[in-house]
Design a protein around this ligand. Structure first.
Ligand SMILES: C[S@@+](CC[C@H](N)C(=O)[O-])C[C@H]1O[C@@H](n2cnc3c(N)ncnc32)[C@H](O)[C@@H]1O
Ligand code: FES
Length: 451
């Protein structure tokens, strides 16, 4: 049975550098081109495009198969896409020049490939070679460090419309030879392109890393660059059981970069949170550790009757005020400089929010915050916690587990926590109707009500 008029399988298998593969021959560009063209032709669900793993014909890649006829195409190039869609899918006429129908040769090649593959695996196994997966995990810091340094030096902005290593070195006041080494690595990582001695931004780098671009993420990503230094202390932090203070923590850029990094993610998530929590009957919100104010801003924009108060550290509040002013909701969102670990929260709030807060603190500190938050809620008010939530055995999901390590190197006693832990603090604080709201993306909500 074939539920689609056509079902296309495109091999996008990736292999170690130097080993022939469909991905190395441009399968992803072909795939994206097919997707675009299929959408543009409006097949309305009659055509399904699916990626697949190696079919053992790697020297002939990119390889694809079109069902239900079982037409095999090889050496498919982006320039072939419109012909495949326009001729084969629209009019049912396969593109003869790309067809590979020598079944016995294909079968022989595929079987030989399978045998080679198994022999290579057996030889590596016998020699005790470190598996690629482990090797890649261990060296993952190399590409990461190249990109972070490029961001720190603002290399993508310096590349601008295109330049050579010497010109870029002059623009960022760095050594031209060393800049060339880094630029070549960025080309190898697919973040720049090179023609002769001339480097250019890829469309992706130009969009996300260049100053002045609407979608520039550099400011927020510099927070990740700052965190790098903390991660270098992990070994010592594990020995000590807490973070190891480093001088970067007190650098003047730390706080603006941190808040910019949070703002980038939070402003995209905020409308989903507002929708999940709702604004019916909500008049007063306390946003503990509101940072850029992204969530308060979203609530204020969603409902003109809502007033939010953001409590954050004195050094953050001026930054918060600027984000709130730019969002045009200063009349509804006020700021209070303070310390949520000590301050009285006030009273009569319909919602108290803790977005990305609990992971900074210990279990005892969180329980204390929850208890004081409950006292500050109006009858029927809700405590809304958003965080990465660990599985019950604390070994997944991977992002939450790795974030726990991030808190180990960055805080006194912070960590990621499980739903059981959040729920137990809510109940111990006297909140009822405690439940989890799953959201798209990496974090969920835990909500409890004051009765
Ligand atoms: C991870 S950010 C979350 C920001 C914001 N809630 C969001 O999700 O975008 C943590 C925030 O808590 C603030 N913060 C940390 N410790 C605090 C404390 N003791 N009292 C008040 N705010 C604090 C930080 O300044 C920062 O704005
Ligand atoms: S990588 Fe595509 S057929 Fe082997």
């Amino acid at each position: 049975m074939e539920p689609f008029r056509f079902h296309l399988f495109v091999c996008t298998q990736q292999k170690p550098e130097g080993v022939p593969s469909c991905s190395a021959n441009g399968a992803f560009t072909v795939l994206n081109g097919l997707d675009r063209e299929i959408q543009a032709c409006g097949f309305g669900g009659d055509v399904q495009l699916t990626t697949c793993g190696c079919m053992g014909l790697c020297d002939e890649g990119p390889v694809m198969v079109v069902y239900p006829e079982g037409v095999w195409y090889r050496h498919v190039q982006p320039s072939d896409v419109s012909e495949i869609v326009g001729q084969h899918l629209l009019y049912g006429k396969p593109v003869d020049r790309l067809i590979w129908n020598d079944a016995s040769a294909m079968k022989a090649m595929s079987i030989e490939h399978g045998e080679h593959f198994r022999q290579a695996l057996a030889a590596r196994e016998k020699a005790g070679t470190l598996p690629d997966r482990l090797s890649d995990l261990i060296r993952a810091y190399m590409p990461s460090r190249c990109i972070l340094t490029a961001l720190e030096l603002d290399i993508f902005t310096a590349v601008g419309g295109g330049a050579n290593a010497e010109q870029i070195g002059t623009r960022i006041q760095a050594n031209a030879r060393a800049v060339g080494v880094l630029l070549n690595a960025l080309v190898a990582l697919g973040l720049l392109s090179k023609s002769g001695d001339h480097y250019s931004n890829t469309p992706e780098s130009a969009r996300f890393f260049v100053q002045g671009s609407k979608d520039n993420h550099r400011d927020g990503l510099l927070h990740t660059a700052n965190i790098w230094h903390r991660w270098s202390t992990l070994t010592e932090a594990v020995r000590r059981g807490t973070r190891v203070p480093i001088y970067q923590d007190s650098s003047p850029e730390w706080t603006p970069n941190f808040i910019a990094g949070m703002q980038r993610n939070s402003k995209d998530r905020a409308p989903t949170v507002v929708k999940a929590v709702g604004t019916t009957g909500v008049r007063r919100i306390l946003d503990l550790g509101g940072g850029s104010g992204a969530y308060s801003i979203a609530f204020a924009k969603a409902c003109p009757d809502v007033n939010c108060e953001i409590l954050d550290l004195p050094e953050v509040v001026p930054l918060t005020a600027e984000y709130v002013r730019k969002a045009g909701v200063a009349a509804q969102v006020t700021m209070r400089a303070g310390d949520m670990l000590r301050d009285n929260f006030g009273s009569g709030f319909d919602i108290i929010m803790l977005n990305a807060i609990c992971h900074m603190f210990s279990e005892e500190q969180n329980l204390d915050i929850f208890c004081r938050a409950r006292q500050a809620l109006a009858p029927n008010g809700r405590l809304v916690v958003q965080d990465f939530i660990l599985d019950p055995d604390m070994t997944g999901p991977q992002h939450a587990v790795l974030f726990s390590v991030n808190m180990l190197v960055g805080t006194e006693a912070g960590a990621s926590y499980s739903e059981v832990e959040f729920t137990s603090w809510m109940k111990a604080a006297g909140l009822t109707e405690v439940h989890r709201i799953k959201l798209p993306g990496p974090s969920d909500l835990i909500v409890g009500r004051m009765k």
